[in-house]
Design a protein around this ligand. Structure first.
Ligand SMILES: *Cc1c(COP(=O)(O)O)cnc(C)c1O
Length: 359
């Protein structure tokens, strides 16, 4: 039986990437040793990190005045590293709170400095993205932080908020490289790799050069972007294997046809599910149309009992990990870049059949 893995993260990886990693695990071609056992200062590893960087730069058209960093601590460490590095002495920043991770980012940032909520969708259970005129942005803020895709609630910013001259900082953990991106609109972007980019253990950070000047010397080295940039992401031992997998995924994205192709694919896949939700009285989507995530499709059935039954019958048919996050319940289908269209089609047929039997 084919298993389709709808997990929210770690999530489905391209089969070709897993096969290549398996084939080369014991002996990296041209090296004769495993990537897992060679020095991070060795030529093959230095080249591997360089190549991953160059490939990312090409894939997403990242301007030369941005640094690409491979860090550890997950996206979650960025919740506090961002304010530690980007707040100026006595400075302040704005956060837009559109979901669970946005809220966690706010809480950690507030432990570091003066952070204000410039917009929140909490009162409507995070079922939409605020419009520009609903934001109360401080033009004197050191940066404004938002979460590009809300993994748990299933909403996504259709375009970035306009921060004016204030640098935009975005957590794009669950939608990075799922569509073309104009990086020049951002000051800093971060994303844990385990959703759209690869395996857990590495966090991609893109940061504009001039912002590196803000990192205070008083910060411990591992928390300082400028030190990681100076060391080419190898100030200490980097997560070499996770960077390797990320590099393979980026090559795979290029082979697929790049970010425009991924956008078309992702739009098509998501549309199949949203059309099903819109044509049914039995299933109801959580996110408001126009604010829907193309990565995480969240919906409810008429009762928690039916939702539990739906998830368990789906599992029996090889459609696994559909249960919604414990904080919101319901059903969530995560369909990132590497998730195949056939899996979405299989879920749609299963939904139709389930509705026929229980609707
Ligand atoms: C998964 C996720 C995180 C948490 O990532 P970790 O790497 O586990 O720290 C943060 N933000 C968003 C938007 C996520 O989807």
């Amino acid at each position: 039986m084919t298993i389709y893995n709808f997990a929210a993260g770690p999530a489905t990886l391209p089969a070709a990437v897993l096969e290549e990693a398996q084939k080369d695990l014991v002996s990296l071609p041209g090296v004769g040793m495993s990537l897992l056992e060679i020095s991070h200062r060795s030529k093959p590893v230095v080249e591997l990190i360089d190549t991953a960087e160059q490939d990312i730069r090409k894939l997403a058209g990242i301007p030369d005045n941005y640094r690409i960093l491979f860090l550890q601590g997950g996206a979650s460490l960025q919740f506090s590293m961002v304010p530690m590095n980007l707040l100026r002495p006595g400075g302040k920043a704005d956060h837009i709170v559109t979901g669970n991770f946005a809220n966690l980012a706010l809480q950690d940032a507030q432990k570091v400095g003066d952070i204000r909520v410039a917009g929140s969708t909490k009162d409507s259970n995070h079922d939409h993205i605020p419009s520009q005129n609903q934001l109360d942005l401080d033009p004197k803020a050191d940066y404004v932080h938002f979460t590009g895709n809300n993994t748990i609630y299933g909403t996504e910013w259709p375009t970035e908020p306009d921060g004016g001259d204030v640098p935009l900082v975005a957590d794009l953990s669950s939608n990075i490289f799922s569509k073309p991106i104009d990086v020049s609109k951002y000051g800093l972007i971060y994303a844990g790799a385990q959703k759209n980019l690869g395996a857990a253990g590495v966090t991609l950070v893109l940061v504009r050069d001039d912002l590196l000047e803000r990192s205070p010397d008083s910060l411990p080295a591992m928390l300082n972007y400028r030190i990681h940039a100076k060391g080419n992401s190898a100030h200490n031992t980097p997560p070499v294997f996770s960077i390797y997998i990320l590099g393979l995924v980026v090559k795979w994205l290029v082979q697929q046809g790049g970010l425009e192709h991924m956008e078309n694919q992702n739009d098509d896949k998501a549309k199949l599910l949203y059309d099903e939700l819109d044509s049914s009285e039995f299933f109801s989507g959580h996110a408001q149309p126009g604010h829907r995530s193309r990565m995480n499709v969240t919906f409810r059935l008429p009762s928690p009992e039916l939702e539990a039954q739906f998830a368990s019958e789906a599992t029996a048919e090889g459609l696994v990990e559909l249960k919604g996050h414990r904080s919101v319940g319901g059903i969530r289908a995560s369909i990132y870049n590497a998730f195949p269209k056939e899996g979405v089609e299989a879920l749609v047929s299963f939904m139709k059949e389930f509705e026929r039997n229980h609707g």
